[in-house]
Design a protein around this ligand. Structure first.
Ligand code: ADP
Length: 383
């Protein structure tokens, strides 16, 4: 692998239907021109006085999460790799801002010495002309699921910890999601697992090994569905992170029809099991009854829970079908989305423990959840 030399690029790109994800490696021992410059620009932005509109845009791009937000560096996800002697950085921005991103690369001279970038996601095709005409860069499309699996397998073999976690039943008491996580020690024993990637749409993949995987199912009710409905029903909510934070405090019991609304309490099933009264029997079934209005927080909570629970159910059934007990959830729908993760975690335990020979399963989450496609593309670029 060429981790720091001058040929090829040390970038990985995943241009999805909603978000574009970018990974770059900053080698300490062999700083390549492009990535050295990339890192240098990013690091200097904090102290540099803004000289031009291009500088200002670039600074906003990498540093800001509010205001003129159109992208962000996920600083908490970057890590130093002792073996490779360098730092991995992770950035994302909205795909529909691609023109601005390309303009910035050109203005900051960050595209020199890059002839081609292995890129995954539909944008590898959609934006190939833009990259070749404006930057002289050839985007080389790579298979989406293949790179996601490659990225996961590779990262789990790195000597970094705290990548794989499951959530306890208690909903987090503080906005700090980390405190409720239980990290797995032996991350590299994950195979075989069912991978559930929740991006704009949902892909469900059976992964037996790094090069052995197969798409077994999916759903068009995914993160894009949530985001579209959110824009429709809660137009005041402009950003995804705002929506996912608001949802945490939302009480959706006035919107959803619960088991207790139908039975007056818990419902006893045969065999000593019961459906708890607080379980949702039908999402949104009470919405607007008697002309009642609902606040955004409640609507967002119901929307996120509905999408998450449905995906969890499909994932669980696929795990049964293929007799695989590890189910790993990734994709940016889960990004800073406590309600989604908790809904998946709780629901997975409930549905898996319910059967006759039910063995309770824990849904597994990965810290670099939305970046595996970009990471896998990056690996293509350096191999
Ligand atoms: P894709 O490759 O299809 O773009 P991602 O894994 O990047 O898929 O996930 C996209 C989903 O992530 C969106 O549909 C939305 O639910 C969620 N999301 C997270 N952050 C944002 C954001 N800043 N803007 C829009 N959607 C976001």
């Amino acid at each position: 692998a060429d981790w720091g030399g001058h040929s090829g690029s040390r970038l990985g790109l995943d241009i999805g239907g909603t978000l574009a994800k970018l990974v770059f490696f900053e080698s300490e021992i062999r700083p390549s021109w492009c990535n050295g410059r990339f890192a240098q620009v990013i690091k200097s932005l904090g102290v540099q006085t803004v000289k031009s509109e291009d500088d200002r845009e670039f600074r906003d791009f990498v540093l800001s999460r509010q205001g003129s937000f159109w992208g962000a560096q996920d600083k908490e996800l970057s890590f130093y790799d002792e073996e490779l002697e360098g730092v991995f950085h992770f950035l994302c921005f909205q795909t529909d801002k691609m023109e601005r991103f390309v303009a910035l690369l050109a203005a900051q001279d960050l595209h020199h010495q890059i002839d081609e970038i292995y890129t995954t996601g539909g944008g590898a095709y959609k934006y190939s002309r833009l990259f070749s005409e404006r930057l002289g860069i050839n985007l080389k499309p790579v298979d989406e699921l293949g790179v996601v699996v490659k990225g996961i397998s590779w990262l789990l073999r790195r000597p970094i910890s705290d990548e794989v976690c499951w959530l306890s039943d208690e909903p987090p008491k503080s906005p700090n999601f980390e405190s409720e996580c239980h990290f797995l020690d032996s991350a590299n024993s994950l195979f075989p697992f069912i991978l559930v990637n929740i991006g704009s749409g949902v892909s469900i993949v059976k992964v037996d090994g790094t090069d052995r995987f197969e798409r077994i199912s999916g759903s068009a009710l995914g993160g894009g569905t949530f985001w579209g409905l959110c824009n429709l029903l809660c137009p005041d909510c402009k950003e995804f992170s705002e929506a996912s934070c608001l949802a945490v405090a939302g009480d959706s019991s006035k919107l959803n029809l619960l088991v207790e609304d139908i039975y007056g309490g818990d419902y006893e099933l045969t065999g000593g099991r019961k459906l708890p009264g607080t379980l949702v029997a039908s999402f949104f079934a009470k919405a607007g009854r008697n002309g009642q209005a609902h606040d955004d927080a409640a609507v967002l909570n119901a929307l996120i829970t509905m999408i998450s629970q449905n995906i969890c159910q499909i994932a669980f059934l696929n795990s049964k079908l293929h007799s695989i007990s590890r189910i790993v959830f990734t994709g940016n729908f889960l990004r800073q989305n406590q309600v989604a993760r908790q809904a998946i975690a709780t629901n997975m335990r409930r549905v898996s423990g319910a059967g006759l020979a039910g063995k309770q399963l824990h849904a597994l989450f990965l810290e670099h959840e939305g970046y595996f496609g970009a990471l896998g593309s990056f690996l293509h670029n350096v191999e």
